[in-house]
Design a protein around this ligand. Sequence first.
Ligand code: SF4
Length: 714
Amino acid sequence: MADMLLSYFREKQKQTQKEKVSDTQCPFCSVQCRMQLVEQTSVTRKTYRTVGLDNPTSKGRLCIKGLHAHQHAFHKDRLTQPLMKRNGEFVPVSWDKALSYIAEQIQRIQKEDGKNAMSVYGSASITNEEAYLMGKFARVGLETKYIDYNGRLCMSAAASAGALTFGMDRGLTNKLDEISYSECIILAGTNIAECQPTIMPYFEQAKENGAFIIAIDPRETATTKVADLHLKLKPGTDAALANGILKIIVDENLTDQVFIQKRANGFEEVREHLAGLSLSEIEEKTGVALKDIRRAAISFGKKATGMILTARGVEQQTDGSIAVRNFLNILIATGKIGKPGSGYGAITGQSNGQGAREHGQKTDQLPGYRSIENEEHRAHVAKVWGVEPDRLPRKGVSAFEMIQKMDQGEIKGLFLLCSNPIVSNPNARFVKKALSKLKFLVAVDLFVSETAKLADVILPTTSYLEDEGTMTNLEGRVTLREASKSALGEARHDWQIICDVANALGKEQYFSYSCAEDIFNELRQASKGGTADYYGITYERLRGKEGILWPCPTLDHPGTGRLFEQSFAHPDGRAEMTVVPNEPAIQKEKPCDEYPLYLTTGRVMAHYLTGVQTRKSSSLSARHFESFMEIHPETAKNLGISDQTLVQITSRRGSIIVRSRWSTQIRTDTVFVPFHWDESQNVNRLVEDKLDPTCRMPGFKVSAVQVEALDNVR
Ligand code: SF4
């Protein structure tokens, strides 16, 4: 009887179950894995699951974040109506009411305090069209010079290093599949196995092909496990370690003099600088044994091909930009760039970390990587926008410096799109205080984030399943992500919201688009002839295809897989090497009697950025529902800290409380805390707010802290 009933119900279920499959892309990291949303509707309920879809980058693989991405998109806490704050509480209002209030407040602030009293803070998780529009909105809609975005905290060091050394910044100079046949790979400050897991097979394949892999990281991670050599350096000493490797390469005559003569400037100055450095001092400073530095240098120098990949471990420091340049010095000195299996990669963190940094969200930048201070560049973009070049503001300041100006009262209003600066910026308590001083804050988001709680108005945006637009992955590959669902409730796309606000301010003539493709076609014109030239890329060429790597200057251009084969992008076609000191110009905190440990920060596989989306996913939250502090058992015992107990971590800027996790994989002088949690678990409350002098990146990776078992805290 039971069997009969079961088969009856199964049969019934089959008859009533409908399946809809839509192609999409993961909204999280920069690999931008292609995937499918499978929606099953039965008489009783609707269920969703996500499966991988073949593509040239991740080849159909998905990590746990991608597999569960739909969970936040369908979460009950999604915002579906505009909210306005009344007597400290958010109340739902109509779009008309929200937009007219926003326009009124912006006009009031700009009348009282000038155009630059308004600011714009964007995101690297939005589409290219929306990033482009944010830049235009600030310059033409608000006429303010104060615009920057959260990519400043993520990619700015690598971007400036690439631009200064090569004359062009594209995350990877080669396609990902070249990694598999590179003979020596240096992974500097990158935990790919946790952060971009679906590209790990490229490295595993390289290893199977006989590559020698060198990992540079203060911690042992799932990534360092694939390495043949792990240089477990003291936090913050990457630039000095690169000097050590380069010095040995030069001393051992492992440089490629033909390449240097033909294609690089500055080698002699670098060689002279290295001659004056002491390897034993570098050993002492970095904490890496000289024999290991030597092994890394000889291995890299002797192989015919090699690649160096960096990420936030090197870059999120007050000398991140010049430290990356020192790794690029190694590539140029050995001639390992611009040929198969040889090149550089900055492993981007955010989903559109590449595209969102190319088209005008950065304060000094116009679309196509044009400069806002260059008259020719201004004239080109002004013509596309239909304004006089003189009307375009000049450059403002970086993301954290905008926050400092909010604290000082120079910036009074903020239009914030898909970002959570209170959690993501250093010295997070100061950031909250500064944002609290604003006269007016509009936040556009999927959820009420910690920053959105401070807003006067929150506008509901659409998720990755609902919004259409192009994204540029870590290779520089432009892909089209089409919408699979209609907008939830009254939520609107980011691009529509930007246009709605601009139009409410009377700027309709500049912001009249009917779809994302219209915006992309304008972006193509604006980027035409620029460094990041998208002119030859169209929706038609992208639809259902593998994507196109920029630069792509004409409609029949196939895109550019490998950069710098013949020349670099500087006017003379040569790369610029630079002298890099062991000690940074901006001193980093060092452990002392009061704060005796290094604190370094990073990611876990289950979460993305400040966790606003991934903490809404039950499957992802279940893996890591709270933050933690990784500490060596020896250090923990000395401090009376048991495993899995609450500890208070204190720096000169504040304290947080998290759970201890003993691990022999970390240095005894260092603790590690991930950055995906808010409030009293927000590690950025502890982090120093000094900035890199070149790219204005904060020094997230090195702070000095003390740690106490919570029982001992009075
Ligand atoms: Fe792919 Fe990154 Fe998404 Fe994971 S988080 S599925 S690696 S895009």
